[in-house]
Structures are given as C-alpha cells and as structure tokens.
Design a protein around this ligand. Structure first.
Ligand code: TRP
Ligand code: SF4
Length: 336
C-alpha cells in the first residue's frame, strides 16, 4: 500500500454530496487508495469558515458524507479516513505556518477572489479571517502527513503552489540544510470528465442544479428531464449535436461505453431528447442504486460508522503527533 508514496485529500462537510463530487474527487480517491498510502479527511474546520452561522450542517454532513465516500468505494481499511477537528495538531500547525506566510501570498492567490464570488453568490458571508487563512490551514493539512501528492483539479493548482512555497519557507527558516522536515507535495492531476450541473453551470448545491447521491430514483428522473440539451435541436426531426449537449456529457461520465451509440442516435435523429433523457435516468439510477443502498445501510448503524471514524482519527493522530513533535523542536520553542 505504501509503495508509491502518500496522498492526502479532503472535503468540506457543507451539505449532501452530489454527482460532481463523485466525478471530481471520489472516483479518484477510490482509484488511488490501493496504490498509495491515502489519507482522506472531513475538513470541518474549513467548513466553519462558511457555515459558522448554522454549524449543525457540519455535524450532520460529517457522517453523511463519510457514508457516501464509503458507499462510492472508499475503503477505510485501505485509506485512513478521519475528521480534521479530531486531530487538533492541524490547528496547531496552522498557527505556526501562519507566522511564516506573508499576507501578500494569500491576497494574491488567484483562487481567492473567484471563491469569494462563488461563496457570496451562495449567500455566504466569508469576509472573515478564516477565509484569508484557508490556504494556510490547507497547507497544514497536507504537510502534517508529509504527503507526496495531492489529487487536484486545474483550478486548485495555485493553492498547492502556495503550500509548496510555505514548505520551502518552513524548511529554509527552521531546518538545517539536509535536515528538511517537509517534502514539497506534487499535484496529482487526473483526467476528470466534464460534468456540469443541470443548467450547464458548475454543479453546486447553491445553484440548485445538482443531482445528489441521496436523491431518490424518481427525483433523479425528474431532474434529468429538466436538463439543458443541444439548443440547436429544436424539433424531434432535427439532427442533434451531442458534443454540445450536457446530457451526452453525462453518458461520457457514467456510461462511456454507450456514449458513441447515444451520439449516433442523436446525430441521425433516431431518437428524441426525451428518449435520450429517459435512458440516461435509467442508466444513472442503475449506477446510483447500489450507492443508495449502501449509504442507507451505513447510516442505519451510526455507531459502526463512528467506530470507523474514530479508528481513522487515531491513525491520523499518531502521524500528526510525530510531525508536531518535530515541528516544535525545529522551531525551537522553550521546553520541548
Ligand atoms: N479545499 C477542500 C474543499 O474545498 C478541502 C481541503 C482542505 C483539502 N484541506 C485540504 C483538499 C487539503 C485537499 C488537501 O473541499
Ligand atoms: Fe442531447 Fe440526447 Fe438530445 Fe442529443 S438526443 S441533443 S445527446 S439529449
């Protein structure tokens, strides 16, 4: 399991997971867990940044999300699955890193303004200190486990670059040459199929355009019926352009072996969009059925789910405690 190095990734518990999470993260997590030593965690401190006015969302989403991770194939016997706030070392390392992170690095982080706009569109007020410090806490998460790789999408690369700069600065400031404590984590870019929301904007709970893993089958079918399709295909007899159609993207993501046939039937107008969507609903529900069954089973025995998390927390904490010991020594605080 430890052959190729260590991987770390996390997700903020801010509500139900949707298909965007499956395609954007979970599939990769499952793929990576057998070849790498993977640490996957619930970023509840990060979630507080945007959910502080209704923190019960964090509490509820933690178990819910972990149930979805496992239902999608994350195996807590292979990967270490844990909760950030249960490893208090994250907060401690964040404080240390904050001292060596110039404000300019944070203010210049290109994802900063974008994310601000997106969160505010979703009605969140994130003009708080935590938002500015988000990448510093993220750096602490990553380097705590001396992760070699972080699976990221293109848009997250600047965050990771910031982590690498913080690592260089930490090692340069506090470690003797040759005695560096932290490796620079590398991005693990993985090919992720495009999957937009029902309305072709980014899939997001706050846009109301998401299909959730918890949606019952009828709800999934109803949502798919509302999906935007090829705008040029007005009448049933018009030939379609699958490459411009969101529905076709869903086939590519969830039933790639059928995408060519779907595209043919679309271009030749052998079937209409209603037929195509009904078929997609059946295809997606076949994909989601076992996931729904597994998540229901997991959430039916919360005590067992909690035991999984507690075991993961303990494993993570052992690593984090060792790292923090090194950090306190390297910084040179009195008494350690
Ligand atoms: N930023 C991630 C999210 O939005 C959560 C996260 C926190 C994370 N720390 C991380 C991801 C470290 C990867 C590595 O859900
Ligand atoms: Fe899209 Fe399918 Fe309609 Fe073609 S037939 S435009 S792929 S929904």
């Amino acid at each position: 399991m430890t052959t190729k190095g260590r991987i770390l990734s996390g997700m903020r518990p801010t509500g139900q997971l949707h298909l965007g999470h499956v395609i954007g993260a979970l599939r990769n997590w499952v793929e990576l867990q057998s070849a790498y030593d993977c640490f996957y965690f619930v970023a509840d401190h990060h979630a507080l940044m945007s959910e502080y006015s209704h923190p019960e969302v964090i509490r509820e989403s933690t178990l819910n999300n972990v149930a979805d991770w496992i239902a999608c194939g994350v195996d807590p016997d292979q990967a270490t699955v844990f909760v950030q706030s249960h490893v208090p070392e994250h907060a401690e390392l964040h404080v240390v890193l904050s001292a060596i992170t110039p404000l300019g690095w944070l203010e210049r982080c290109p994802t900063y303004k974008e994310q601000l706009v997106e969160l505010e569109k979703g009605g969140k007020d994130v003009r708080n200190y935590a938002f500015l410090g988000y990448p510093v806490l993220q750096a602490a998460d990553i380097i705590m486990y001396k992760a070699n790789y972080v699976p990221v999408g293109e848009d997250q690369i600047p965050h990771l670059e910031l982590t690498r700069e913080i690592v260089r600065r930490f090692n340069g400031t506090f470690c003797k040459a040759g005695g560096e404590i932290f490796p620079e984590p590398q991005p693990k870019l993985t090919a992720v199929p495009r999957l937009l929301g029902l309305d072709r904007r980014k899939m997001s709970k706050s846009y109301g355009n998401a299909i959730f893993l918890s949606d019952p089958a009828e709800e999934v079918a109803k949502k798919i019926a509302t999906m935007y399709t090829d705008p040029k295909r007005v009448r049933r007899a018009d030939p379609g352009h699958p490459e411009e159609c969101n529905v076709h993207d869903y086939y590519l993501a969830f039933a790639p072996e059928r995408a060519a046939e779907v595209a043919d039937k679309c271009r030749s107008a052998a079937w209409g969009c209603t037929d195509c969507k009904k078929d997609l609903a059946a295809t997606l529900n076949a994909f989601l059925d076992p996931i729904r069954a597994k998540r229901t089973e997991l959430l039916g025995d919360k005590a067992a789910l909690e035991r999984i998390l507690r075991a993961g927390n303990e494993r993570a904490r052992a690593v984090a405690a060792a790292t923090m010991k090194e950090v306190r020594l390297a910084v040179g605080y009195w008494g350690f």
